[in-house]
Write a protein that binds this ligand. Structure first.
Ligand code: F6R
Length: 242
């Protein structure tokens, strides 16, 4: 696991965005795995800014998002569908048919998970996956205890994850209690992974991740076994890990 320490959230975002842009221009048919939340917001801003300036081409890029809340429609302000369109997809020339986000509203969540996994496999897997990390070590919405061999599935969100995400809602009751997420195996199968961590709330997660110990009680720990992962983290996130 390669770790790059940067000074700030902005430096983390710029470095990661530059890396994504190099990949996108070198391999225009790339399949990207994308995340939502606070960690990647800066990257998306940078990509949008770059698109305004340089018109980097996304017309052959395919994307798969990590997860979506169950029960939130596409146009709900807190759906990850909205987040991705507000922060990136509306601002670059990616064709809608190449954008994949699990649907949080459907008759059969299990079937939705299976189809999602099949689509990822059909395209040959994720080339470059962007990840954030939860304070409890979750990646995607794979909470502690999720089997490492899991594929795309339905999860019950833990109280700590719902509380962490409450900042986007009016109160805890509004935070959905279930989500669809790529599994740990799905994520691990990505050819390359960039994991971002910024700020004090990620300090304990960084200590555990960088200890090298691999356990299902800390989902991100499996990434220690991945052949091509880079962690980009700021000083504050790494403070206790040194
Ligand atoms: C988001 C996701 C989550 C977040 C994690 C960190 O799609 O899958 O695993 O990456 O909860 O969230 P932030 O970046 O908001 O601290």
């Amino acid at each position: 696991m390669k770790v790059i320490e940067v000074i700030s959230y902005d430096e983390m975002s710029e470095l990661a965005a530059r890396y994504f842009l190099t990949k996108i221009t070198t391999y225009p048919r790339l399949t990207l795995g994308l995340a939502t939340g606070s960690s990647p917001k800066g990257i998306y801003q940078y990509l949008v800014h770059d698109y305004d300036k340089n018109r980097t081409d996304y017309s052959h890029i395919t994307t798969f998002n990590l997860d979506e809340y169950i029960g939130l429609s596409k146009d709900h302000q807190n759906s990850y569908y909205q987040y991705m369109h507000d922060n990136l997809f509306h601002h670059v020339n990616i064709p809608p048919k190449q954008i994949h986000i699990p649907s949080g509203i459907n008759d059969n969540n299990q079937a939705e998970c299976e189809v999602y996994e099949e689509k990822i496999n059909a395209i040959g897997g994720i080339d470059l996956q962007l990840l954030g990390i939860g304070a409890n070590g979750h990646i995607g919405f794979n909470e502690p205890g999720t089997p490492f061999y899991s594929k795309t599935h339905v999860v019950n969100l833990t109280a700590s994850t719902r509380e962490a995400n409450m900042r986007f809602f009016n109160n805890i009751c509004e935070v959905p209690s279930q989500a669809i997420t790529m599994g740990i195996q799905t994520i691990f199968n990505s050819k390359e992974i960039i994991l971002l961590a910024s700020g004090q709330t990620k300090q304990h997660a960084m200590v555990q991740l960088l200890s090298g110990e691999v356990s299902e009680s800390f989902p991100a720990s499996i990434l220690n076994k991945h052949p091509n992962i880079t962690v980009i983290a700021d000083e504050e996130a790494l403070l206790l890990a040194k």
